[in-house]
Ligand binder design. Structure first.
Ligand code: SAH
Ligand code: SF4
Ligand code: F3S
Length: 440
């Protein structure tokens, strides 16, 4: 009987894709996947360190895993991913963990697992300059079989002062474009209709080769050419790097989704400088102008940090005003969380009091709710081509799917239309989160 592996995944989409890579590596070594912790021989958490609350949640899960291990001796508990990389062997101090493996160490998981004994936990947190898992065919764990994530690069060479990612994921490296296109073709041939190309800063994707260099715009084009029926999304753009060429390539292909995630972090030049984002508010707004010029209907979404070191009330007002000026369609919004070892932690005191941080975050969230609702209201009466993802959350009698701009549509199910089909819908009504539609 093969051993069973259960994995919980935290953090970003890249971690979701990494879990698929881990399942694939372990499947080749004879392990079977299970969705039930209670029947697993190996329990893994693929972890995130981006904010303290992400790590706290995982510590809570480690307690639960340790209880399971006490109940069923022989069960192995492992921490992999960014928290493993950040905390390294100190994770073993609690004796609740048998395995620690960083993001570049997944090929060694079968050997590490085989070497574990009750007195000998195993650890590999070496980072690599080359590893991209290019040859591994991820074992897809998505529920619907419509939308797949493909990592095109790993690591990050920026040093945004608040951010732990360069330390947990190491140096940036791009993956061979031929393996990316092959993987996209493979999922398309298996019925998938949408791929999302993933990287911390996709605009710095670069593959050097004698047959010609490939930048992100070329890669995007190669993937878009696989089929007009295959939608292409990507994340994340960096405002300092997003090029006219990428924006124009998006404009040329109907199947490249009209949606750009362009994290602004703050609307204040003083904060942007301190965050080491390497763009100004004016530069950012010029990129938005260019996007709108080429693609008037392109959605723009963002990430915002409230209460970074030294943030004044004026800096905060600048964030609210850039939000209004851009009119974001959606946003992920966070209170600043100091991460040990980062430039900000070493150089700037985390001096915005928690109540001020939270009040500012609330104001940002409330404003975004208004902007999201306004954005959705503009779509009422319009028709869109939607890719059906499955039944809606509320009812089996309804289907849901996204527009090219990434908005969630809900509409009554009709015979003959199912998951993975494209349908035309007209928007009848909306909330800040969804468009209510009918098929046309
Ligand atoms: N590579 C992407 C972001 C990756 S992390 C980019 O450059 O935009 C996702 C988001 O988490 C960031 O955009 C930022 O808004 C947020 N984040 C990162 N570090 C944080 C911290 N220390 N505290 C609060 N939010 C943080
Ligand atoms: Fe972090 Fe900046 Fe790299 Fe994004 S670009 S992962 S925020 S260091
Ligand atoms: Fe978290 Fe690591 Fe992703 S810190 S956000 S899982 S790159």
């Amino acid at each position: 009987m093969s051993k069973k592996v259960y994995i919980e995944t935290y953090g970003c989409q890249m971690n979701v894709n990494d879990t698929e890579v881990i399942f694939s590596i372990l499947a080749d070594a004879g392990y079977a996947r299970t969705g039930e912790m209670g029947e697993a021989d190996v329990i893994l958490a693929n972890t995130c360190s981006i904010r303290d609350n992400a790590e706290q949640r995982i510590w809570g899960r480690i307690e639960v895993f340790a209880t399971e291990r006490r109940r069923r001796p022989g069960v192995v508990v492992g921490i992999v991913g960014c928290m493993a990389e950040r905390l390294k062997d100190s994770l073993l101090d609690s004796r609740k963990v048998d395995l620690v493996a960083g993001p570049d160490a997944y090929r060694s998981l079968p050997a590490l697992l085989a070497a574990i004994t009750p007195d000998h936990p195993q650890i590999n947190v070496l980072l690599s300059h080359e590893e991209t898992y290019a040859d591994i065919r991820p074992l897809r764990i998505d529920k619907n079989g419509v939308s797949a994530f493909i990592s095109i690069m790993r690591g990050c060479n920026n040093v945004c002062s608040y951010c732990v990612v360069p330390y947990t994921r190491g140096a940036e490296r791009s993956r061979d474009p031929r393996t990316i296109v092959r993987e996209a073709c493979d999922v398309f041939s298996r019925g998938y209709k949408e791929v999302t190309l993933l990287g911390q800063n996709v605009d710095s994707y670069f593959w050097k080769s004698p047959e010609g260099n490939v930048g992100f715009a070329q890669l995007l084009e190669q993937v878009a050419r696989i089929s007009p029926e295959l939608r292409v999304r990507y994340s994340t753009s960096h405002p300092k790097d997003i090029s006219d060429e990428v924006i124009e390539t998006m404009g040329r292909y109907e199947n490249i989704c009209k949606c750009i995630h362009l994290p602004v972090q703050s609307g204040s030049d003083v904060m942007l400088e301190k965050m080491r984002r390497r763009y100004t508010r004016a530069w950012y707004l010029d990129r938005v102008r260019k996007i709108r010029e080429v693609m008037p209907d392109c959605a723009i979404t963002t990430d915002i940090i409230a209460g970074f070191c030294g943030e004044t009330e004026q800096d905060h007002q600048d964030t609210l005003s850039i939000m209004r000026e851009v009119g974001y369609d959606a946003a992920f919004m966070f209170a600043y969380s100091e991460r040990p070892g980062t430039l900000a932690a070493r150089h700037y005191p985390d001096d915005v009091p928690p109540e001020v941080k939270n009040r500012r975050l609330t104001e940002i969230i409330e404003l975004q709710n208004v902007l999201s609702l306004e954005s959705n209201r503009r779509d009422v009466g319009r028709t869109f081509r939607v890719l059906v993802e499955g039944p809606s959350k509320r009812s089996e009698l309804e289907l849901c799917g996204r527009t090219s701009s990434g908005k969630m549509c809900v509409f009554p199910a009709v015979a003959g239309v199912g998951v993975g089909d494209y349908v035309k819908v007209r928007v009848l009504d909306c909330s800040s989160a969804t468009l209510r539609c009918e098929q046309v």
